[in-house]
Design a protein around this ligand. Structure first.
Ligand SMILES: Cc1cc2nc3c(=O)[nH]c(=O)nc-3n(C[C@H](O)[C@H](O)[C@H](O)COP(=O)(O)OP(=O)(O)OC[C@H]3O[C@@H](n4cnc5c(N)ncnc54)[C@H](O)[C@@H]3O)c2cc1C
Length: 403
């Protein structure tokens, strides 16, 4: 169910395993995805898919200074390539691998697990049955059960692809996070922090996006837009032409689904967004092959396993004990970060990117085994200034924390 990146990734892998797949989505899988997807280039290289990048930057930086004087303007050089997917190419590459799967343009309304099969009833009244249904309908799925752990922090961003009176970032540069707060009043500095995510697309076109990493309640698009314009105008930059606007809102710390439920999920519906960064596409590409392989094995068991048993097997693979523990650590980290004021947050990130590259990149991609992840977090604590250590241990009490 679904036709986003999660659905296409898992369908492609199920087909690869030789399983019979019937896809069901509210719209055609050919419809262009609305979001721009970014990723560290190495993650794609390790999957042999780097050719799917539409843009790639080697000059990748962040700013964690206060924006005052020369020192406050200094960039942190990541020395690590970042890229944006060529969405069309990614979508088509996955669709090609989906082969001749039939796409039913339907919206699922209810799902009943019947025993050996699961039934999907659609708004049209049509009914579909399968041995296993995988819900890849995104984070708003109404079919997946998950505990209610209170407010869910959202990542929110407002971005513009366009032309500007002067360059918002240096030529051929990618800015992961520009946290410089020199355009903010003292009162605004006490509001939830936001940063600029920006890049040069060439030929005078740039993408600039004001982003709130995670907050509850989420920052409004109006607020983010106001912040973006203020940040730009503080540097004497005006937006001259808007080619595309991006309004972004998605949950960062959606609780993990109940892994005993009889319906399997993949992607946003399975809480696969990285709780510390908001990234997911790399994880989809990495985790889909094994899930499909294990499902294929389970499907081959004789006598056939019931739908609910197959789904539970799937959950065990998708959210193994190790991955659950890692997820909990990330969620703990995010909760602490959400209590940081803007100055502490800048200090935190400046320290984070002083970690060895393999540590911070592994942390962000969620590719570090649990013992390594714990070591990296301890190392981060060890090299952090006292105030950041305090925040990491106890959190701060700020008005925009979810605690
Ligand atoms: C603006 C934005 C920018 C992002 N940027 C990045 C990024 O740079 N890098 C990154 O890794 N991640 C990013 N993310 C996070 C994450 O990767 C995306 O949210 C991703 O689109 C989630 O994929 P998905 O396939 O799970 O869900 P979706 O992309 O939401 O797709 C859900 C699909 O299910 C269909 N559907 C929904 N309900 C039903 C139903 N009842 N019946 C049938 N079909 C249904 C929808 O039509 C759609 O096709 C971003 C998210 C947003 C919102």
């Amino acid at each position: 169910m679904g036709a986003g990146p999660a659905a296409l990734c898992i369908v492609a892998e199920l087909v690869e395993q030789g399983l019979a797949v019937n896809a069901l989505a509210s719209h055609t899988p050919e419809r262009p995805w609305p979001n721009t997807y970014g990723i560290w280039a190495e993650e794609l290289e390790s999957l042999g898919m780097a050719s799917l990048l539409g843009h790639r930057w080697s000059d990748t930086v962040s700013f964690f200074g206060d924006g005052q004087g020369d020192e406050g303007q200094l960039p942190v050089q990541h020395q690590f390539d970042y890229g944006l997917f060529d969405q069309g190419a990614l979508q088509q590459a996955l669709l090609k691998r989906c082969g001749d799967v039939s796409w039913n343009l339907e919206t699922a309304k209810s799902i009943n697990v019947l025993g050996s099969e699961t039934e999907v009833i659609c708004s049209s009244g049509n009914t579909f049955r399968a041995r296993l249904v995988i819900d890849a309908s995104g984070h708003r799925s109404q079919f997946i059960r998950r505990p209610n752990n209170g407010p869910v922090a959202q990542q929110a961003a407002y971005g513009v692809v366009g032309r500007f009176s002067s360059s918002p970032v240096s030529k051929e540069q990618f800015v992961l996070m520009d946290f410089r707060p020199d355009h903010l009043s003292e009162i605004e500095k006490k509001e939830p922090p936001t940063f600029l995510y920006a890049m040069d697309f060439g030929e005078g076109v740039f993408f600039v996006e004001e982003t709130s990493l995670a907050c509850f309640p989420p920052l409004t698009i109006e607020k983010l837009k106001e912040r973006l314009i203020k940040r730009l105008s503080n540097r004497g930059i005006e937006i001259k032409e808007i080619l595309h606007e991006e309004n972004c809102l998605f949950p960062m710390n959606l609780p993990l689904p109940d892994r005993k439920q009889p319906l399997l999920a993949f992607g946003g519906s399975a809480s696969m967004v990285h709780p510390a960064s908001g990234y997911m596409v790399g994880a989809l590409l990495r985790r889909a092959p094994n899930l499909a392989k294990q499902l294929s094995k389970a499907m081959a068991i004789d006598p056939p396993l019931d739908s609910a048993v197959l789904a539970r097997r799937g959950w065990q693979v998708l959210w193994s004990r190790e991955l659950v523990q890692r997820h909990r650590l990330y969620q703990f980290g995010l909760k602490r970060l959400m209590s940081f004021d803007e100055a502490s947050l800048r200090r935190f990130f400046a320290t984070f990117f002083r970690l060895p590259k393999k540590d911070w990149s592994g942390f962000l991609a969620n590719t570090l085994p649990l013992p390594d992840l714990i070591l990296v977090m301890l190392r981060l604590f060890w090299i952090s200034p006292w105030r950041v250590r305090w925040g990491m241990t106890f959190g701060f009490r700020s008005s925009y924390s979810s605690e």
